[in-house]
Every structure is written in structure tokens, then in C-alpha cells.
Write a protein that binds this ligand. Structure first.
Ligand code: NAD
Length: 366
């Protein structure tokens, strides 16, 4: 199969972790006889430095001619004082909006080899296997009007029926393909957008009688995420609640550096990126954990290209490398030798060259 991928390394550790994922994709292409045409473009701070635009036209053009997008991360202190239209994060929000990537899918799965890295007790963290489905192009981060003066500020939280319906459908479908449990998270005791959200979820449940649905308030969900995370299967929620809950969920696995994500739309086109940011504190030091970006590339193989065997091969390679006791610094496993980004990636590539592809799919949410 021949596929075109736009690679947007971005800022901070973005170039280091995307480089690792690109090597994995190249190894997969060789092993399974595919051609991946890779095009590199700018986004975020790197694009601001180049042409004073966090999402240049050229980047949009190349992405629209591609089958999928692989992104590192954007942002860093260098651009923190810039005016809002010249902030790296603008590029990320704009690319999601431009391509209508409304469904952010974040699988969180406990990995036995990393249970000691989790801040939660082993017995609480083990068996966690959940997916957060976050609405990504509406709500508080996008709604107008917004304004700020010296002593007054206004943000708007708005959702349309269509925006809610499509993300709720996505979540029901994912729940149906997994353990059949869906928690819809809102703040319906206070917010009107949440009341509409809950009404629509109730309407939609008629189409998915096989899925067990529970409505939860976001505050109690935040507690349960820490006390009983393994009780969750699929969680669906609006943009800001999903932003916060998914970062909370991310620590369960031991490090932000482990968590992949996909931002997609109905036709499957999507942007695949790690959940973490640009980690300026370790950028350029060959210390970043590339697992989240490598696993995002695996999600791309499965979701965008329907390459299930290839995706499973990548996930299994990552799992095996960790199981063999190879860790990057963020995982903080006492007594273990810490590998650099390139050393750890080399282990994954070795594993991919040698591994037997079993039927078990470690990180799959389908
Ligand atoms: N999607 C994105 O591009 C995205 C997401 C979040 C934050 N950001 C931006 O990133 C910058 C830094 O933000 P932050 O510090 O709040 O979040 P961050 O995720 O960049 O870093 C948080 C902590 O986790 C560590 N970390 C993150 N990813 C790691 C990895 N792969 N390997 C090892 N350690 C890792 C960092 O070293 C840091 O200590 C900011 O400019 C922020 O706006 C971008």
C-alpha cells in the first residue's frame, strides 16, 4: 500500500519524538512492503520563527494532500510572551478546526512493567484499560464572544446539537467495540450545555441498546479516576472536561510520555500525536520518551490505513521493550538503567525486526 504522511515535528521534544516514530514507520514499511511518502512541514513556534504564522498555508496545503498527519508537540517559553495570534498553540487549535477533527481519542492502558512508575497503588492502577473520547473543536476553547480587559474577562461555552451528536455517536461505537460500557461526563446540575449534552446522550442510547450507559458529573469522575480507574471502559465528554480528565488519567500509566492520541473525523482522516506537550525542560537532550508518539503512529496505521497487523506489531514491540526492563528517564523505575531517546528507539526497531507478531493487541481501543 502507498500512503502519504505529513510530519509536523513542532517544538521542544517534538522533533526528537517524531524522528523516533518516523523510524518505526520506515521499518514497518520495509517489513510489510508498504510505501510511506513523508513530507515535513512547520507548525507552532518553529513556524512562527520561520514566517510569523503558527499554521502556514503551505502546511495546510500539504496536510490536505496527505492520508494522515503525525504531529510532535508545540510551544515553549520562547513564545510565551507573544501576542495571542503568534502563540504556538494557535497552530494546533487551528489545524484541528481547519480539518474538522472533532473526535480526540485517548486510550489509557496500564502496562504491567510500568506499574511501579504509577503514582497510584499497584492494585488500583493495574487492569486500567479505558478510552477517553473528548470533543475537540467546540466548547469553551472555541466559542465566541471572548474578551479581556484590565478588570473583566469573558469566555463563552457553546455547543450545537450536531457537535454533540457526532461525538456521542463516536463514543457509543467505540464502547460497542470494547467492553460495552460508556460513561458520559458533564456538569448537568449547573450548565445548560451539559443539560443539552445529557438529553442528546439519552436520545442516542436508543440506537445502542447493547451499551451500558452511565451519566456522571465531572467532579465525581475526577475522584473515581483516581480511586477506581479500572471501573471505566469508555468516557465521553466535552472539550475542557476532556482536556483535564485525560491529563489526570495519563499519570496512571506512569508517565505522560506513554500516552498516544488520535484526533479524527467521520471519514477517518486524522492527526496523530502524543498527549504530552513540548517538554522544554528536557528538549534537545535526547531524554524524551518517544513511546507516546510511536504508539500514536500505531494508531495511525490502524485507524487511518486499516493496517491492523502492522499496528499490533508496533504496540507489541513497545510492550516487549518495556517488559525487558528498558526505560527512559521519565518512568523512574528504581535500579533500572535509563536509556536515551535514540537508544530506546533502537530497541523498538530491533524488536520490530525480530518479533513474532502475536494475536494480542496491547493498546487497541477497537
Ligand atoms: N499538544 C501539544 O502540543 C501540547 C500539549 C500540552 C502542552 N503543550 C505546550 O508544551 C509546553 C510545555 O508544557 P507543560 O510543561 O505543561 O507540559 P509537557 O507535557 O510538555 O511536560 C510536562 C512534564 O512532563 C515531562 N514530559 C512530557 N512529555 C515527556 C516525554 N515524552 N518524555 C519524558 N518526559 C516528558 C516534561 O519533561 C515535563 O516535566 C507549553 O508551551 C505548552 O503550551 C503542547
Amino acid at each position: 500500500m502507498e500512503k502519504t504522511i505529513t510530519v509536523l515535528p513542532g517544538d521542544g521534544i517534538g522533533p526528537e519524538v517524531t524522528e523516533a516514530a518516523v523510524k518505526v514507520l520506515q521499518t514497518i514499511a520495509k517489513r510489510f512492503n508498504h510505501t510511506f511518502n513523508l513530507h515535513y512541514e512547520l507548525i507552532g513556534g518553529a513556524a512562527i520563527d520561520d514566517c510569523e504564522n503558527p499554521l502556514p498555508e503551505e502546511t495546510i496545503k500539504q496536510c490536505s494532500q496527505s492520508d494522515a498527519i503525525l504531529l510532535g508537540a508545540v510551544g515553549g517559553p520562547k513564545w510565551d510572551q507573544n501576542p495571542s495570534h503568534l502563540r504556538p498553540e494557535k497552530g494546533l487549535l487551528a489545524i484541528r478546526k481547519h480539518f474538522g477533527l472533532y473526535a480526540n481519542i485517548r486510550p489509557v492502558k496500564a502496562i504491567p512493567a510500568l506499574l511501579d512508575s504509577s503514582p497510584l497503588k499497584k492494585e488500583v492502577a493495574e487492569n486500567v484499560d479505558l478510552v477517553i473520547v473528548r470533543e475537540l473543536t467546540g466548547g469553551l476553547y472555541f466559542s465566541e464572544p471572548r474578551e479581556k480587559s484590565h478588570d473583566h474577562a469573558l469566555d463563552t461555552l457553546a455547543y450545537s446539537r450536531t457537535e454533540i451528536e457526532r461525538i456521542v455517536d463516536t463514543a457509543f461505537q467505540i464502547a460497542r467495540s470494547r467492553r460495552g460500557k460508556l460513561a458520559s461526563v458533564d456538569k448537568a446540575n449547573v450548565l445548560d450545555t451539559s443539560k443539552l449534552w445529557r438529553e442528546i446522550v439519552e436520545e442516542k442510547r436508543q440506537n445502542y441498546p447493547d451499551v451500558e450507559l452511565e451519566h456522571m458529573l465531572v467532579d465525581s469522575t475526577a475522584m473515581k479516576m483516581i480511586t477506581q480507574p479500572s471501573a471505566f471502559d469508555v468516557i465521553v465528554t466535552e472539550n475542557m472536561f476532556g482536556d483535564i480528565l485525560s491529563d489526570e488519567a495519563s499519570v496512571i500509566t506512569g508517565s505522560l510520555g506513554m500516552l498516544p492520541s488520535a484526533s479524527t473525523r467521520e471519514d477517518g482522516f486524522g492527526l496523530y500525536e502524543p498527549v504530552h506537550g513540548s517538554a522544554p525542560d528536557i528538549a534537545g537532550q535526547n531524554k524524551a520518551n518517544p513511546a507516546a508518539t510511536i504508539l500514536s503512529a500505531a494508531m495511525m496505521l490502524r485507524e487511518a490505513f486499516q493496517m491492523e497487523t502492522e499496528a499490533a506489531a508496533v504496540e507489541e514491540a513497545v510492550f516487549n521493550v518495556l517488559n525487558d526492563g528498558n526505560f527512559t528517564g521519565d518512568l523512574q523505575v528504581e535500579g533500572k538503567r535509563v536509556l536515551s531517546t535514540t537508544e530506546w528507539t533502537a530497541k523498538v526497531l530491533e524488536e520490530l525486526d525480530s518479533e513474532f507478531v502475536s494475536d494480542s493487541i496491547m493498546f487497541s481501543y477497537v
